[in-house]
Ligand binder design. Structure first.
Ligand SMILES: C[S@@+](CC[C@H](N)C(=O)[O-])C[C@H]1O[C@@H](n2cnc3c(N)ncnc32)[C@H](O)[C@@H]1O
Length: 184
């Protein structure tokens, strides 16, 4: 059983948070130029289908969402029921750490885009991270792209605040301003 099986549709409350609007806008500006007509998208760790739904709205030909939690998938199926009926979306239970083809004919290189929001952070070891990228790679077309949303790579909040001042991280809008308040 996945830890997300006890969360399911209640995960959708995150959609009301400001950070999610910022994240979604940044995903949109990254992804929109890459979504050409006919691009099949694999949404790894699709959760309740928040991005699957937007990927279709932004121009994906169709979306296959994969998640390890059946409760999260139930909510995705409910959210995208009309897209599923129209043959534009499909959701399957699967472990993104196990390299496997998700193509309809089990072939390699079917998807023009693999998307993974908050997916890579579930690798519990270097080997698992390599397996995730192997999975991504075997599902991508030769000119396909992977787009991911990942957590900032440190738990040191002071370092993160300092790094967020770097030019390379300040050129994207909109963005969150990180403010640290210390109680003395
Ligand atoms: C933080 S949620 C993000 C969901 C979705 N990508 C979004 O941004 O709304 C993380 C999701 O990753 C899924 N997950 C965790 N490990 C996974 C794995 N090995 N394979 C597939 N899905 C996984 C969880 O079940 C959960 O739905």
């Amino acid at each position: 059983m996945s830890q997300y099986d006890s969360i399911g549709a209640s995960y959708n409350v995150l959609e009301q948070l400001a950070y999610r609007a910022v994240e979604k806008y940044n995903v949109y500006t990254t992804i929109k130029p890459l979504l050409r007509p006919g691009v099949h998208v694999l949404d790894l760790a699709c959760g309740t289908g928040f991005y699957s739904s937007h990927l279709l709205a932004w121009g994906a030909e169709d979306v296959l969402g994969v998640d390890i939690s059946s409760a999260m998938l139930e909510s995705a199926v409910s959210r995208l029921s009309s897209e599923i009926s129209a043959g534009k979306a499909q959701f399957v239970l699967g472990d993104g750490v196990i390299p496997q083809s998700f193509a309809p004919d089990n072939s390699r290189g079917f998807f023009g885009m693999v998307f993974g929001a908050w997916f890579l952070n579930y690798a519990s070891s270097k080997d698992q991270l390599v397996a995730m990228f192997t999975n991504i790679s075997l599902n991508l077309t030769v000119d396909g792209v992977f787009v991911g949303v990942v957590p900032y790579p440190t738990n040191d909040i002071q370092e993160r605040a300092k790094n967020s001042e770097q030019i390379s991280l300040r050129q994207y809008f909109p963005r969150n301003e990180l403010v640290i308040m210390l109680r003395l």
